[in-house]
Write a protein that binds this ligand. Structure first.
Ligand SMILES: [Zn+2]
Length: 142
């Protein structure tokens, strides 16, 4: 059985090495779907409570919301963010939607791995209405 919950957040970023519009300072209204796969617990009738999914995802969303996601090698932007004391998160890789999916997988893996009923979870993120990336992580592997 698969169940899913949807979230949204706003975030600024840029791709400093991109040969096009994405090198500019800009932001997106990101849409996130977290899908959880597992057996239905016969007692609760649930794979996992939707409120539990929210409780795992929301702390990270609060960190990201209205922040600027900055590659740590982007010195000019770092200096600006620090001088203006703006909400910011530094990452060691380009802030593409593929890498943002990876950040969610890393962050959420321990939380879902500790849930008995959960076999796998998928993070699917829309950067724009037509551009989406997805990763599925098996938490019962091995
Ligand atoms: Zn962008």
């Amino acid at each position: 059985m698969k169940i899913a919950k949807e979230f949204r957040w706003e975030m600024g970023h840029r791709l400093p090495l991109h040969d096009g519009a994405c090198k500019n300072l800009h932001g997106h209204s990101y849409r996130l779907v977290v899908e959880v796969e597992g057996e239905v617990n016969p007692e609760t009738g649930m794979v996992i409570d939707f409120a539990e999914i929210s409780a795992k995802v929301k702390p990270f969303l609060n960190e990201l919301d209205h922040a600027f996601l900055c590659q740590d090698t982007d010195e000019e932007v770092r200096e600006l963010l620090e001088r203006m004391d703006l909400k910011r998160i530094y990452i060691p890789h380009p802030s593409t939607v593929e890498n943002i999916c990876g950040m969610f997988i890393e962050r959420l893996r321990p939380a879902f791995a500790s849930e008995k009923q959960v076999d796998a979870f998928t993070v699917r993120i829309w950067e724009t209405a037509s551009s989406v990336a997805e990763i599925t992580e098996n938490v019962k592997a091995g």
